[in-house]
Ligand binder design. Structure first.
Ligand SMILES: [Zn+2]
Length: 152
């Protein structure tokens, strides 16, 4: 999926889940983190990028392990900042990114972090189908959120 799609999905879902503003922002950052990590590692080398993209940075088990470590407050509090809480939102956002990428034709790694072996393969990245799905999911989440907020 494209950056904008990941940001829209992560933003609308984190608002729907009632995250505070910091949680929303960090979840949106987590939603683009796996692709940013691949870009940082590959630099401007497109050949290298095509070899490493959607491999270990898109491995659900890695982000799931970080999420679990955050859940048990493994990471320290530094200057009154709970790093476990920050990393929880980042890893949650990254897991959402991976779930969304699993819908595309390229797929994601499952057990082997160096092979894109599974995916629902519903559409190509950047296609009209991707944007329609993102638009529909975001609108539905927003409407559900408004229903919950107006009932309170
Ligand atoms: Zn990705």
């Amino acid at each position: 999926m494209k950056f904008g799609s990941h940001k829209a999905i992560n933003g609308s879902l984190s608002v729907f889940l009632g995250f505070d503003i910091a949680g929303i922002v960090i979840t949106v950052l987590g939603g683009v983190l796996p692709d940013i990590l691949d870009r940082i590692i590959a630099g401007r080398n497109e050949w290298l990028f095509s070899r490493i993209h959607r491999k270990i940075s898109h491995w659900w088990l890695l982000w799931g392990a970080i999420l679990y470590l955050c859940h048990i407050s493994f990471f320290p509090v530094i200057f009154q900042i709970n790093t476990s809480e920050i990393l929880w939102y980042l890893s949650f956002g990254s897991l959402l990114h991976i779930a969304c990428d699993s819908l595309t034709m390229s797929g994601i790694p499952f057990l082997n972090p160096f092979k894109q072996s599974i995916g629902f393969r519903l559409f190509y990245t950047g296609s009209g189908a991707e944007y329609a799905l993102v638009r529909d999911r975001s609108v539905i989440l927003y409407q559900q959120w408004r229903l919950v907020v107006t009932k309170e």
